[in-house]
Design a protein around this ligand. Structure first.
Ligand SMILES: NC(=O)c1ccc[n+]([C@@H]2O[C@H](COP(=O)([O-])OP(=O)(O)OC[C@H]3O[C@@H](n4cnc5c(N)ncnc54)[C@H](OP(=O)(O)O)[C@@H]3O)[C@@H](O)[C@H]2O)c1
Length: 258
């Protein structure tokens, strides 16, 4: 009886994740039409505004908290594979929530409150889905950490993570303290693409989907792709409009492709 209930719970959960993934595909087309108005695309016609740095902390905080909390509260055995997965999550979101916002040179900048709230909503659902999967549904054994998906996924994740941080570092240091202007970034993967930080983030969650080998983590990768590919295209177009001498051979987000 308990097994049947668990299977029903699992299939209902999978259906919810499939619906959530389908929404991401719709959002992809919306994002191609409408640029999310934060960072260089920020607009004050989207209602009340909030300080940019505070906005970043508040919108990412639910992800940092909810997924590890659900994992911890869930009845699943705390196996080594699950612990490594949750540690990767925490390291990423510790940087995004508490380190990145403190480092950006964003004096006086604001973002629309509605953008912050929509990111909070996304992080609650996404963190909730991944945390529920890890705490209640997943069944990793010790063998999983020696499997090809786990090992290759970790390498892909770490490559994406370091590319993301390295590229964010280059961007942050383009401005001297107190400056708010934009410059043409160079170095690292900027040789090939305009947005290696976004490319790194896409690779990171692709690696995460591989190492977890699970629908909720695939769903996170799809959401990241659907949010960041249109954003990278918008950034790329913006660079071409802003700088006459912008390198023509540079692609937007995928080296040599797009
Ligand atoms: N997983 C997801 O779905 C998701 C979604 C969104 C963002 N993120 C991650 O969050 C991070 C930030 O994203 P983003 O789109 O805001 O990145 P971004 O536009 O590249 O900006 C990153 C930082 O660098 C500054 N900057 C960017 N280009 C610059 C230039 N040419 N000259 C001077 N300063 C420059 C920006 O300042 P301004 O703010 O003043 O433009 C900002 O502080 C990235 O690592 C991204 O991967 C993830």
């Amino acid at each position: 009886m308990e097994i049947i209930l668990k299977e029903m719970e699992g299939s209902l959960f999978n259906n919810i994740v499939v619906v959530w993934m389908s929404i991401a595909l719709m959002i992809f087309f919306v994002n191609l039409k409408i640029k999310a108005p934060y960072g260089r695309h920020t607009k004050n016609s989207w209602g009340p505004m909030i300080d940019n740095r505070l906005g970043w902390v508040l919108m990412e905080l639910p992800a940092l908290v909810i997924c590890p909390m659900l994992y911890w509260l869930g009845p699943n055995e705390k196996e080594i594979a699950g612990i490594i997965i949750i540690l990767l999550w925490i390291v990423h979101y510790f940087n995004r929530t508490l380190v990145f916002p403190l480092r950006i040179r964003t004096r006086g900048k604001k973002m629309p409150l509605v953008i912050m709230l929509s990111a909070v909503f996304f992080n609650l659902i996404n963190g909730g889905i991944c945390g529920y999967y890890l705490g209640w549904i997943s069944a990793y054994t010790l063998d999983w950490i020696y499997s090809l998906p786990f090992i290759s996924g970790i390498f892909i994740f770490l490559f994406g993570f370091f590319l993301n941080i390295h590229s964010d570092n280059i961007l942050i240091h383009l401005r001297k303290p107190g400056e708010t202007n934009y410059k043409i970034p160079t170095g690292g993967f900027f040789k090939w693409i305009s947005c290696p930080n976004l490319f790194g983030e896409i690779i990171e969650w692709f690696g995460f989907a591989i190492l977890c080998w699970a629908l909720p983590c695939l769903s996170f990768f799809i959401w990241t792709f659907c949010n960041l590919v249109p954003r990278a295209l918008a950034h790329h177009k913006w660079y071409h409009g802003k700088f006459e001498n912008y390198p023509m051979e540079r692609k937007a987000v995928f080296p040599f492709l797009l």
